[in-house]
Design a protein around this ligand. Structure first.
Ligand code: RIB
Length: 304
């Protein structure tokens, strides 16, 4: 089994739980405040590690309390952190996460040290053919580009989670072997209106594909996921669960998918595995706090 090398963001999530989200200009009372390790990159690394992957994280934290706590947290999870460096003079990334009683959330990310993950951090990763490089859009595009270029030159596979929805050059998308995004992101990247039906999702996938062997995976929340790769189409049905918080569901899906790939599962089985993992994560509050272990996944097989 190859390594899963995640290059991406590391945040401290400052999570407020409230009955309803405030409207602009409004003040509401919250019910609970929690500090939970997060950041899309770190969440994907934690998901992959808890599910049995051999994971290495590449990223940056500030020389502050959050930075130290997050480094220790990742290490405690069993993730390789030799390349999680401190950046002096820039604070650790943070995210203000608001969750309401209907499992909806609003998130504001302050990038901090994530914006300082450079192309130099992304090279000399000692990649081998069996390795998988995973990234997302909370670090600079040039850095992801350098990491994926290095991965391709070594024959390693690349997984790009197109989140959050921000502009990026098509040359970067072309370096991804697997793109993972939700319907909102798919509408953004394909320059279309959001429409929740399967035919539209299939059209998004076609539009986003830059080469025939590239898999475009669009997650559809409770409706499961769709993947288009050339003429191949795979659809996995949603798992019916009682969702309380969808924060990091996409990260869980991405990390789990990378594990399944590293175990050489088929595309269909990899999508099913990722879909089931994400269904567990939405039943719990928070980012890293919601990510399942392999034991939980095995216990949940057949039991939604
Ligand atoms: O995908 C969820 C993550 O987005 C949160 O953990 C938060 O840090 C933001 O990066």
């Amino acid at each position: 089994m190859g390594r899963i090398v995640v290059i991406g963001s590391i945040n401290m999530d400052i999570v407020s739980i409230m009955d309803r989200l405030p409207k602009p200009g409004e003040t509401v009372f919250g019910k609970e405040l929690q500090y939970i390790p997060g950041g899309k990159g770190a969440n994907q690394a934690v998901a992959a590690c808890r599910l049995g992957g051999k994971v290495e994280m590449i990223g940056r934290v500030g020389s502050d309390e959050f930075g130290q706590a997050l480094r220790n947290f990742l290490k405690g999870e069993g993730i390789g952190i030799k390349k999680v460096n401190y950046t002096k003079g820039t604070p650790t990334g943070t995210a203000m996460v608001w969750i309401n009683g209907s499992s909806q959330n609003s998130i504001v990310v302050m990038s901090g040290s994530n914006g300082k993950v450079t192309e130099r951090d992304a090279i000399d990763l000692g990649l081998k053919e069996d390795d998988i490089v995973v990234s997302q859009f909370e670090i600079p595009n040039d850095t992801i580009f350098a990491a994926f270029k290095e991965a391709k030159s070594k024959g390693a596979r690349t997984v790009l989670n197109l989140a959050p929805a921000v502009n990026c050059p098509s040359e970067l998308l072309a370096l991804a072997d697997y793109m993972i995004l939700n319907e909102h992101e798919a509408a953004f990247f394909s320059g279309s209106e959001l429409a929740g039906d399967l035919d539209t999702v299939k059209r998004y996938a076609k539009k986003l594909q830059t080469r025939a062997d590239q898999a475009v995976i669009i997650t559809m929340g409770a409706e499961g996921a769709f993947c288009g790769r050339g003429a191949e189409e795979v659809r996995v049905e949603g798992v019916k669960v009682n969702a309380v918080d969808t924060t990091a569901a996409g990260d869980c899906f991405t990390g789990a998918f990378a594990v399944a790939l590293s175990e050489h599962k088929s595309l269909t089985d990899s999508l099913g595995f990722a879909n089931r993992a994400a269904a567990i994560s939405v039943q719990r509050i928070g980012a890293s706090s919601s990510l399942p272990t392999r034991k939980e996944m095995d216990a949940a097989i057949g039991k939604p």
